[in-house]
Write a protein that binds this ligand. Structure first.
Ligand SMILES: *Cc1c(COP(=O)(O)O)cnc(C)c1O
Length: 393
């Protein structure tokens, strides 16, 4: 018999009743150290007092009005994002996939508005993940997500990750832009080299096409900069954001330059909930935390400590760990044992992690993680490795 909840997830047999900072608790009161962050979502940890206050205070005032009215909280959040980034304008959504949908539509509309509607194709990369809508599964191009869902949405040309010659060759008269995650998340924590991002920026400028970054997972402080592309010293034309920006409240955003957004006039796009008063009250509270002076420096410092400890772990457990990769607090452990087994064993040691493609385990802790939490997490990883080593082959 089918489960009450559509069975599209292979769920672990555990649930959490409450969370506090870096930890979540079962109904029996068992504590788990959260190095998954609900897949990079709980950027400020669980039940952060400032976020709880923002949410509850807004909840007492008004939850929802509509985008047919002015929304001061939404304008404030947009203004702050503009001031802190390359962007001139922001569209708010409820999820990452919707932020990507807006990005894709905007890129197509840009060329249409300039009299070149035939320029609607986007170049994407093998291993990419952009969401689960019909357009974003086409953009991601992964067979396992496309199969059985009818014809693939037209307009996405996928090339191998890191294949620069293929990228050059793929740009044609119908190309609208390049869509890429600066660090592939679901694909297995694969960072795009900064030189490649710079070269892509140059290519886009040369061909008059748009650079669209998907920073849904790697953005909002995850790498120790507000957005990951800042490490490369480049800016995109359009950027999709979600996950960490809501700290657990469903919120996403499509950020763009005025030039890239020129086709998006009144009536061209919309969302019922996107950027409603409750969501943007939380979004503003997240920015209070993440953009506070010194916060991102702290993320960088803590991330360095984590990286060094993980490197040692790899050296000490060569039969379990093949490689350590990633940036900031978005780290990947490429396993020699099945990553699902690693994840389950880590959970036995009360550590939450997230599996990814390429047999990788992701560590995506809340950005408020401190040195003691990192020491504890690495200790749990150490015990995980030992448990796996002790298992009969
Ligand atoms: C999670 C994710 C998405 C999709 O976000 P949803 O909120 O699940 O729609 C898109 N791109 C990247 C890089 C992601 O990590």
């Amino acid at each position: 018999m089918i489960t009450a909840v559509l069975p599209t997830y292979n769920r672990a047999k555990i649930s959490f009743e409450r969370g506090e900072g870096m930890r979540v608790f079962t109904a029996e009161g068992e504590a788990y150290l959260d190095f998954g962050g609900g897949v990079a979502v709980t950027s400020c940890g669980h039940a952060h007092p400032h976020l709880v206050k923002a949410l509850t205070e807004q909840a007492k005032k008004i939850w929802h009005t509509s985008n047919i009215y002015q929304m001061p909280g939404q304008e404030k959040l947009a203004q702050r994002l503009i001031e802190a980034t390359f962007a001139d304008t922001v569209f708010f959504t409820n999820s990452g996939a919707e932020a990507l949908e807006c990005s894709i539509k905007m890129a197509r509309k840009y060329h249409a508005a300039k009299g070149q509607p035939e320029r609607f194709r986007l170049i994407t990369f093998e291993g990419a993940f952009h969401g689960r809508t019909l357009a974003t599964i086409a953009a991601g191009g992964q067979a396992k997500y496309l199969e059985g869902f009818g014809p693939k949405v037209e307009g996405f040309d996928q090339i191998a990750f890191g294949d620069f010659e293929a990228l050059k060759a793929a740009i044609g008269p119908e190309t609208a832009g390049i869509l890429i995650e600066p660090i592939q998340g679901e694909g297995g924590v694969r960072p795009v080299p900064t030189e490649s991002l710079r070269a892509m920026r140059a290519m886009c400028d040369e061909h008059g096409i748009l650079l669209i970054l998907d920073e849904v997972q790697c953005g909002v402080g995850r790498t120790g900069k507000f957005f990951a592309h800042e490490w490369a010293g480049i800016t995109p034309d359009i950027m999709a954001v979600a996950k960490g920006i809501g700290g657990g409240f469903p919120l996403g955003a499509c950020l763009a330059t005025e030039n890239a957004a020129q086709g998006m006039t009144a009536g061209t796009h919309g969302s019922t909930y996107g950027g409603n008063p409750l969501a943007t009250a939380v979004g503003n509270a997240v920015l209070d935390v993440v953009l506070e002076k010194g916060f991102l420096d702290n993320v960088q410092r803590r991330a360095l400590g984590l990286k060094q400890k993980l490197a040692r772990l790899k050296d000490e457990h060569p039969t379990i760990i093949e490689d350590i990769r990633g940036s900031g607090l978005m780290m990947g452990i490429k396993c020699k044992v099945p990553n699902t087994e690693f994840q389950a064993t880590a959970m036995e040691h009360k550590l939450l992690t997230i599996a990814a493609g390429d047999n990788v385990i992701r560590l995506l802790p809340p950005l408020i993680v401190n040195d003691d939490d990192i020491t504890e997490a690495v200790h749990k990883l150490e015990m995980t490795c030992r448990s796996l080593e002790a298992k009969p082959k």
